[in-house]
Design a protein around this ligand. Structure first.
Ligand code: AMP
Ligand code: ZN
Length: 113
């Protein structure tokens, strides 16, 4: 997708600190971390956001959660972590390419919004 920041990260036009990659998924460090561990996990296929998931494109979400569990184990987040996806303007989504924030490494604020 042209002019999509995360598609540019996927195709290498914009650098990122990658922590995991396979054929379908990329995970990299958030540029403005909100916790000691703050990783973004994204599908390599452009999907605008969780509002655009459907029967034909949503299988990647379960793979993303599997990658999240592996990363959490590698990063020793045994005390817990949080996975967040913001959707659209009201949800605070600033990059319109589906992504999941993996947050942890400290006791997170329990206030959801
Ligand atoms: P959201 O606000 O949920 O759409 O999340 C977008 C996230 O992308 C924010 O947490 C940003 O800090 C992060 N971000 C923006 N640009 C970059 C970049 N070039 N590399 C890594 N993370 C980025
Ligand atoms: Zn994209």
């Amino acid at each position: 997708m042209e002019n999509c920041l995360f598609c540019k990260i996927i195709n290498g036009e914009i650098p990122s600190s990658k922590v995991y990659e396979d054929d379908e998924i990329l995970a990299f460090k958030d540029i403005s971390p909100m916790a000691p561990v703050h990783i973004l996990i994204i599908p390599k296929t452009h999907i605008d956001g969780a509002d655009k998931l459907n029967e034909s494109n949503s299988a990647v979400v379960s793979k993303i959660f599997t990658v999240a569990a592996k990363l959490a184990e590698e990063l020793k987040l045994e005390n817990g972590f949080r996975i967040v996806t913001n959707v659209g303007e009201d949800g605070g989504q600033t990059v319109r390419h589906l992504h999941f924030h993996l947050l942890g490494g400290e006791k997170l604020n329990t206030k959801l919004c």
